[in-house]
Design a protein around this ligand. Structure first.
Ligand code: APR
Length: 229
């Protein structure tokens, strides 16, 4: 089976009702990202940060995968599909994708503030001040904040290098190191970009631009890939 690697971003989940980041004046759900998604923000006001992610988590429990997520999961019938996502939701998993690598963390998990290897599934949507890890320190969202290392980038680079087909869905490719993954795609490997916005790439023989939303774009992708199974 050919290895098909997907890099997804916020646009993937937009039609499920989760807002993207950069279409809103740099504000994320009415917050300055540095307030809610940085170690400095956490140090300044952990209560605000906890409440912000609690609201995102609550919203996620009310959200369903869209046809784009489902289409990518169905591609597992024909390809060895690996999803690398910048999204902190679990909509790829809910849709049935079996190999999902989260670059920026996972909303439904929390971790220790003294030992980052202590990661827990959170029951329900609320993480509160005073909720502690087994070593007695406050738990924080299991999210990669701005300025923090991205430990999953190494396996993501490896997957990208091994891809026979590379698909990008719904990311503005503004945030590194995720945006740099495209540089690791092997020469000659076909790249498909699905995004309703104007392409930011000059056309080249191996890049196919599908200027569509994720739901209709993934459908078109599946039709294009059928002959290549
Ligand atoms: N389907 C597909 N793409 C869409 C849709 C849609 N329905 N709606 C919008 N888009 C596209 C936009 O045109 C844009 O190119 O999705 C992209 C969203 O870009 P960003 O908001 O910048 O999101 P993303 O690239 O995922 O951001 C990367 O930045 O804030 C951090 O950690 C956060 O993971 C996030 C990272």
């Amino acid at each position: 089976m050919k290895k098909l690697v997907v890099l997804s971003g916020a646009g993937m989940s937009a039609e499920s009702g989760i807002k993207t980041f950069r279409d809103h004046d740099g504000l994320w759900e009415n917050h300055d990202v540095t307030q809610v998604a940085s170690p400095e923000g956490w140090a300044a006001d952990p209560h605000l940060v906890l409440e912000f992610y609690n609201q995102r988590r609550k919203q996620l429990y009310e959200t369903r995968p869209n046809e784009g997520h489902v289409g990518l999961a169905e591609l597992e019938n024909f390809f060895d599909v690996h999803v690398i996502t910048q999204n902190i939701d679990d909509l790829h998993e809910q849709a049935g994708s079996s190999k999902v690598l989260h670059l920026h963390g996972e909303l439904k998990k929390v971790r220790s503030t003294v030992d980052e290897s202590l990661v827990y599934e959170l029951e329900g949507w609320q993480l509160n001040w005073g909720d502690k890890c087994e070593k007695g320190s406050q738990l924080r969202p299991h999210i990669v904040w701005f300025g923090e290392a991205v430990p999953a980038i190494e396996p993501a680079i490896e997957l990208t290098q091994q891809a026979d087909i590379f698909v990008v869905v719904g990311t503005s490719l503004n945030v590194y190191p995720a945006a740099g993954l495209l540089n690791y795609v092997s020469r000659g490997v076909p790249i498909y970009l699905i995004d309703p916005a104007q392409p930011m790439f000059t056309p080249s023989s191996n890049i196919t631009f599908i200027q569509e939303k994720a739901t209709t774009g993934v459908k078109k992708l599946i039709n294009m890939l059928k002959p290549q199974q």
